[in-house]
Design a protein around this ligand. Structure first.
Ligand code: SF4
Ligand code: SF4
Length: 435
């Protein structure tokens, strides 16, 4: 029987490297093509609803959601469908993709108009029409998040502005550049889901965003701006809920089981924009940084833009490794022609020197991975149980709670691939012990 989790919540003091915090976002020019994979979210893939030769506009649906847990995909350019192809995704899967050649006119789809939202149901429908997913990296469809089984049990909306990964400042810029739509999106969720309290959690290394949100909310007692410790992984959903509310999400449960909905700041702001304009999710702000980036910056790009186009427009050269996302949880890019996806928030490029992965040494049983794990797990014991194929022990050690945050690998003095072992152990647990 599972006992209440005792989380150390120690985490790791990773270097911040928020080099681009103060830089206004630059809009990148139109690429020669955009590539829209039909899987840019957790859940069922989309089905292309256009064919080669079709004309599309900015905001036209090109991929229809494949189920309740799914999200439509829209074109960010006006132009012609060049092909329906298959592309390799960062996780190694091949998926269908709609390839579009822009005509350079950026004509808006004539059907675009702001939605009529009157209650929780129509708000969730608006999020669905926007093609909105968790933009902090999770990719969970927002319409599903806004449709909890028992909405009356939700009393707190937590806005995730932690942005705890090194380098990434895209959410910080969303607070600063789009404070109006951040507030409008929050107000809509609060009103239509009848949520009593809002807590806006922002790591202390973003003082401008904290001050701005504090000034915008100080006259409304329903709002709290919570400066968070700058300790990785402060933005992990369960850690954030505990820091902001003191509540713990039960094992195998959802934030709703703790009476909470968590929304990333860029997600809620994009909802605010959609409610105003009716323009679905077609662009994304990315932090481009890393030792191979001579001009670190935040850029706004059309979703589907090839990463190679982003790199060449941001002074990246001699890169030996490119990551989609941050250095702790990002995914290595095996082909720079891969497109920017909805949930990407950074492209980081590193030189050979910084891309080098040291050879792992033997475990010295120092226990640092245990002390640092934000979920209170024992990675060293889990690794042993995995090696033995002992699924009962993996269950007892609660490997399913691992959030793949990378903290254990970061602190390991022997440079062991601890996180990768945790991922394999989780898989083995799901498969009943088979490796
Ligand atoms: S990757 Fe998993 S085991 Fe490692 S620190 Fe994060 S939650 Fe703990
Ligand atoms: S931190 Fe590394 S060396 Fe230390 S116990 Fe964990 S796996 Fe072993």
């Amino acid at each position: 029987m599972w006992k209440k989790l005792k989380r150390s919540a120690q985490g790791a003091h990773v270097p911040h490297r928020k080099n681009t915090s103060d830089q206004a976002t630059r809009q990148l020019p139109l690429p020669e093509k955009i590539v829209l994979p039909m899987q840019q979210h957790i859940g069922a893939p989309c089905t292309p609803c256009v064919k080669k030769g079709d004309d599309v506009f900015v905001g036209t649906v090109v991929g229809k959601a494949g189920g309740f847990v799914s999200a439509d995909i829209h074109s960010g350019v006006s132009g012609k469908v060049a092909s329906i192809d298959t592309v390799l995704m960062p996780n190694g899967a091949r998926v269908q993709a709609v390839v579009i050649t822009p005509d350079g006119k950026q004509t808006k789809d004539p059907s675009i108009q702001p939605p009529v939202v009157t209650d929780a149901k129509s708000l969730a429908e608006a999020a669905r029409a926007c093609g909105l997913v968790g933009l902090g990296g999770a990719g969970f469809p927002t319409a599903v998040k806004l449709s909890p089984k028992d909405v009356s049990a939700i009393d707190t909306l937590v806005i995730n502005g932690a942005e705890c990964e090194p380098y990434i400042t895209a959410d910080n810029r969303e607070f600063i550049e789009c404070a109006d739509t951040v507030m409008e999106g929050i107000a809509a969720v609060k009103e239509h889901l009848n949520i009593a309290k809002v807590i806006i959690g922002i790591e202390r290394n973003k003082p401008e965003a904290i001050d701005l949100m504090f000034n915008l909310t100080k006259d409304d007692p329903a709002y709290t701006v919570k400066p968070l410790p700058s300790v990785y992984p402060q933005g992990a959903e369960k850690v954030l809920i505990e820091t902001c509310t003191g509540r713990e999400v039960p094992r195998g449960g959802l934030p709703a089981d703790a009476g909470v909905i968590v929304m990333n700041v860029t997600t809620v702001s994009t909802l605010g924009k959609f409610l105003k304009t009716g323009m679905p999710l077609t662009t994304k702000r990315l932090t481009v940084d890393g030792s191979a980036a001579s001009e670190p910056q935040n850029v706004e790009v059309i979703i589907g833009t090839p990463i190679s186009f982003v790199l060449s427009n941001c002074g990246v050269k001699d890169e030996a490794k490119v990551l989609m996302g941050g250095p702790m949880m990002g995914t290595s890019v095996s082909d720079e022609e891969m497109p920017v996806l909805k949930q990407n928030n950074a492209i980081l490029a590193f030189t050979e020197k910084d891309a080098h992965i040291p050879a792992p040494g033997a475990c010295i049983r120092c226990g640092r991975c245990i002390a640092a794990c934000p979920m209170g797990l024992s990675p060293v014991e889990i690794a042993g149980a995995y090696k033995k194929g002992d699924v009962d022990e993996l269950n007892a050690l609660m490997v399913d709670l691992c959030i793949a945050c990378g903290t254990c690998s970061f602190v390991c003095p022997a440079k062991r691939p601890v996180t990768q072992t945790m991922n394999l152990a989780k898989l083995a647990q799901r498969k009943g012990g088979k490796k």
